[in-house]
Design a protein around this ligand. Structure first.
Ligand SMILES: Nc1ncnc2c1ncn2[C@@H]1O[C@H](COP(=O)(O)OP(=O)(O)OP(=O)(O)O)[C@@H](O)[C@H]1O
Length: 460
């Protein structure tokens, strides 16, 4: 049985509406003003709030609107005077799920309430799914394509065969590579990612194979390279489509013979690892055009896994966004308002999951109160600080902190959550930015922890 909180100052309306809703099988608690409603909201934990916007003591719609975010962790249906469309729209912008004009039509009331409760039930189901879903591989999603992908990973992880992961940028190719490694017999050995597109062509050979002291200007000591670092584990060649042809030849030799020579070295060295590669490029087309070596391609392409674009699995968006919000705010209680979830599902996400994650994280920074609204996300995505509504902080220190939060959010959103690039935009060092985020409560990892230092080469 669902529990509804009906907030209205007119005793006759409360009585009639409560009786009607109880007849529909709901439990109803009633409040006559905002203060009582907030107390009941905490103690009764209703599934839905029906809220009259004009109530004592203020009797202004502004006071009613200000209450909406306090209840927006559940669907809020506002009750407005007949034909007051502008007020109804403002209520929806403030996080309300729907509105009803007074005098209320009982059939419409029944319809709106059951629709809002269905949505609430879906949200709960989502939360249950999220808890139930095994997350060891870190791949979030219950769409058919993701479930199939997870199954394929489970099946091919134990094999030694090379794997190439194809899919658009930000769709989780590296995550899949890590999952393959984690489920393989090589899991205890290192997973080493090489972001081929981010390393200048002339440095790639020495990054991969290492170099000997004196082999070129600046080579002051022997340097082992990433192939040596991946011994026994998995070498992940990300953006392999960007690898210059001369390097393709050298890697091909390593893949065929299992031996390589560091720059400046004569003695061949051996190394054993599984190769997983990834690209968002169309390698078949590149091979056809002569831009990618066919023999190298066939060596890499033992099995192919594909990561879908987010727009092709919209049913996962709510689950992903909820998870990313939890990760973004470990210390605050924050939820996505119904309008925020609806907005997220409608977007096209050309940057795929990476973009979704960045927008949710930036939206969490902008959120005022306990919910992230669609408006917060729209601002977060635009990255346009000037478009933000002016805040009304009480002190200069609060005003400064507020501006810092907004600028950090905008910079993170604009750079796909890349700390180094965001710091550059803001004229800060990366450490300076991380310290500032810690001070503002925007992160709680201590420096050097959780991924800050473990990736050998930073993403763009
Ligand atoms: N299914 C998923 N579940 C949870 N997080 C995901 C999922 N897919 C992607 N992500 C997250 O999105 C971000 C981008 O993922 P990843 O780096 O694996 O994408 P990519 O396809 O390798 O990107 P690129 O082509 O730019 O290298 C990461 O933060 C990753 O954790």
């Amino acid at each position: 049985m669902s529990k509804l909180l009906l907030v209205d100052d007119e005793p006759a309306f409360r009585r009639l509406a409560a009786a009607w809703l109880e007849k529909q099988g709901h439990a109803v608690v009633t409040a006559a003003d905002g203060a009582e409603a907030q107390a009941l909201f905490r103690s009764e934990r209703p599934d839905l709030v029906l809220l009259d916007l004009v109530m004592p003591p203020e009797r202004t719609p502004e006071a009613g609107l200000a209450l909406v975010p306090a209840f927006a962790t559940v669907p809020v249906v506002v009750l407005t005077a007949h034909a007051d469309h502008e007020l109804a729209l403002r209520a929806v912008a403030a996080g309300a799920w729907d509105f009803l004009a007074k005098p209320v039509d009982p059939d419409l009331l029944r319809f709106v309430v059951s629709r809002a409760l269905a949505k609430r039930a879906l949200e709960r189901e989502l939360a249950a799914l999220r808890d139930a879903q095994a997350t060891e591989d870190g791949i979030v999603g219950t769409s058919r394509t993701i479930l199939r992908l997870k199954e394929m990973i489970r099946r091919i992880a134990p094999a030694e065969v090379p794997v190439i992961v194809l899919g658009p940028s930000g769709s989780g190719k590296e995550l899949v590579a890590r999952a393959l490694h984690a489920a393989s017999p090589r899991a205890a050995a290192p997973f080493v990612a090489v972001h081929c597109g981010a390393i200048p062509a002339e440095l790639l050979e020495s990054e991969l194979f290492g170099h000997l002291k004196g082999s070129f200007t600046g080579a002051h000591r022997d340097h082992p390279g990433l192939v040596a670092a991946a011994e026994g584990g998995t070498l992940f060649l990300d953006e392999v489509g960007e690898m210059p042809p001369p390097m393709q030849v050298k890697l091909l030799r390593f893949l065929q013979e299992g031996t390589y020579s560091p720059v400046g070295g004569r003695q061949p060295l051996t190394a054993d690892m599984r190769i997983v590669s990834a690209t968002h490029r169309d390698l078949d087309a590149m091979v056809a055009q002569g831009a990618f070596r066919e023999d190298f391609y066939y060596r890499l392409k033992g099995l192919i896994l594909r990561t879908p674009a987010l727009a092709d699995r919209r049913e996962d968006i709510a689950l992903l966004a909820t998870r990313f919000l939890e990760e973004a705010v470990k210390r605050r209680r924050l939820r996505l308002a119904p309008d925020a979830l609806a907005w997220l599902v409608e977007q096209d996400w050309p940057g795929n999951v990476r973009e979704l994650r960045a927008v949710v994280a930036a939206g969490a920074v902008l959120a005022d109160g306990e919910t992230v609204t669609a408006a917060d996300l729209v601002f977060a995505r635009s990255g346009d600080v000037a478009a933000l509504a002016p805040a009304a902080p009480a002190t200069l220190a609060e005003a400064v902190a507020d501006l810092e939060r907004r600028m950090i959010a905008a910079a993170l959103a604009a750079t796909g959550n890349n700390h180094s690039a965001a710091a550059r935009r803001l004229g800060l060092s990366r450490v300076g930015l991380l310290k500032m985020m810690t001070r503002l409560g925007l992160r709680n990892t201590r420096l050097g922890e959780a991924g800050d230092a473990c990736v050998p080469l930073e993403r763009r």
